[in-house]
Design a protein around this ligand. Structure first.
Ligand code: EPZ
Length: 407
């Protein structure tokens, strides 16, 4: 099977089009709610958007007539990654007014690290009425030690630094593959970004960036999700084009649970080997175990032999799916950021409610192996990050259908 373009790469990459007046072309852009929200925001700022000019997931963006620098609350509240327009707008236009994203189901998610970094680059930042008001005659390069290797802060600061005067050093930077992809795109635009993927990123500012074309990488979280699906259902799935390197820590855990994972140049094959066994998991910044696969892995642990402990170290409230899984007969006890999962023989189908993107996917996976029917409500969470999920699962033999969209 073939999966879609990466959501968490596509969002910052298409936002980076704000850094240039040149035309930027993108391929394999996933048809997701979060991408549509980003395009609505860019269009509101004055970016020209040409879609599907070449069919299927192609997009052309030209930010040569940006007419305003304000990202309104009504858009930012629906998708926090909108906050990533702050760095590019400030760097290119010297000012930006961006709504603060506020908290979300999985945590308080402040943006202090983004703001501290921009202030070190000379931005004057004030906060009022729920908005960040940022101004800078011209951003200047700086040494920016991050308190935490935040993905969003690294992306925002990396984009801002490409047009700043002089050199910027981001220390304790996030190392996710999405950071490497964004750095690659910025360099295609004429940027000078070095060291992405390591914990120190060095950026030499340039006067101007130009347009370019880029094809999004495959979504590694969607890939991991289908790998758990194969393990859970005892099936065998070949994910064409998948990069195992991007999921190293996750694949180690799948193998510890007894799942067969074969890596090849053309992709990754996952084969469920009957009953799996428990293994402990702790989410960490990359290259550690990805928090975006924690919920999916919890389902596998819920029907594995033995007891596992899952520790969530990135977000303070990312166990909302546990109670819903317990309603399906799982035995999960929560204690702060630790979940103790005692494996059960099987789950039973039930009506359950999605609370966030990855939690909703874990409930769908649980429904695939539960006895009887599972009804997952609030599936709009799913559409934020999974393109045509029921079609892809049905294509692999799942008995799944969307009965109604509840918004
Ligand atoms: C990105 O979110 C992803 N989103 C998330 O995926 C992912 O879970 C997360 O990185 C971690 O891997 C996108 O790429 C669009 P962070 P981001 O800044 O950038 C704290 C999904 O399911 N922090 O690395 O928001 C923060 O509260 C989504 O696809 C501060 O304290 O994550 C959190 O606890 C969910 N201050 C931790 O750092 C800051 O200024 C990690 O956040 C910034 C972050």
């Amino acid at each position: 099977m073939t999966l879609g373009g990466s959501k968490n790469a596509a969002l910052p990459v298409i936002i980076s089009s704000l850094l240039t007046a040149g035309k930027c072309s993108y391929g394999r852009v996933p048809a997701l709610r979060d991408v549509s929200t980003t395009l609505r925001l860019l269009s509101r700022l004055g970016v020209t958007i040409e879609k599907d000019t070449m069919g299927g997931g192609c997009l052309e963006l030209t930010a040569d007539r940006v007419s305003q620098v304000e990202a309104p609350y009504d858009l930012v509240k629906t998708m926090r990654a909108s906050f990533l327009v702050l760095g590019p707008l400030l760097a290119r236009f010297g000012e930006a007014r961006v709504s603060t994203p506020g908290g979300c189901a999985i945590g308080s998610r402040p943006v202090n690290i983004h703001l501290q970094g921009l202030e070190r680059m000379g931005a004057r930042i004030c906060q009022d009425h729920g908005y960040i008001d940022a101004r800078a005659g011209e951003l200047r390069g700086a040494i920016i030690p991050l308190d935490f290797p935040s993905v969003g802060a690294t992306e925002n600061l990396m984009m801002a630094a490409t047009l700043a005067r002089g050199e910027t050093i981001i220390q304790n930077a996030a190392r996710e593959p999405e950071i490497v992809e964004l750095a690659g795109v910025l360099n295609k635009m004429g940027g000078k970004v070095n060291g992405a993927g390591g914990d120190v990123i060095q950026i030499e500012g340039v006067g101007e960036l130009h347009g370019m074309s880029h094809e999004m990488s495959l979504d590694r979280i969607e890939t991991g999700t289908f790998m758990v699906g194969a393990a859970l259902t005892g099936g065998s799935v070949m994910i064409e084009g998948a990069w195992a390197e991007d999921l190293e820590a996750f694949i180690v855990k799948l193998r510890q649970a007894g799942v067969r994972v074969e890596e090849g140049s053309d992709g990754v094959r996952v084969t469920g080997n009957g009953r799996t066994c428990s293994t402990d998991i702790a989410t960490l910044p990359y290259p550690g175990f990805p928090t975006d696969l924690q919920a999916q892995m919890m389902v596998l642990m819920a029907v594995s032999d033995g007891t596992s402990v899952i520790t969530e170290n990135i977000f303070e409230n990312r166990f909302m799916h546990a109670q819903e899984l317990n309603r399906m007969g799982a035995r999960i006890a929560l204690d702060g950021n630790r979940a103790t999962v005692q494996g059960v023989a099987e789950l039973s189908g039930a009506p359950v409610m999605a609370t966030d993107l990855r939690a909703s996917m874990s409930l769908v996976l649980a429904g695939l192996v539960a006895r009887g029917v599972t009804e997952v409500s609030r599936v709009y969470h799913l559409d934020r990050g999974y393109e045509n999920i029921e079609g892809k699962l049905a294509g692999l033999g799942a008995d799944i259908r969307r009965v109604s969209c509840d918004d």
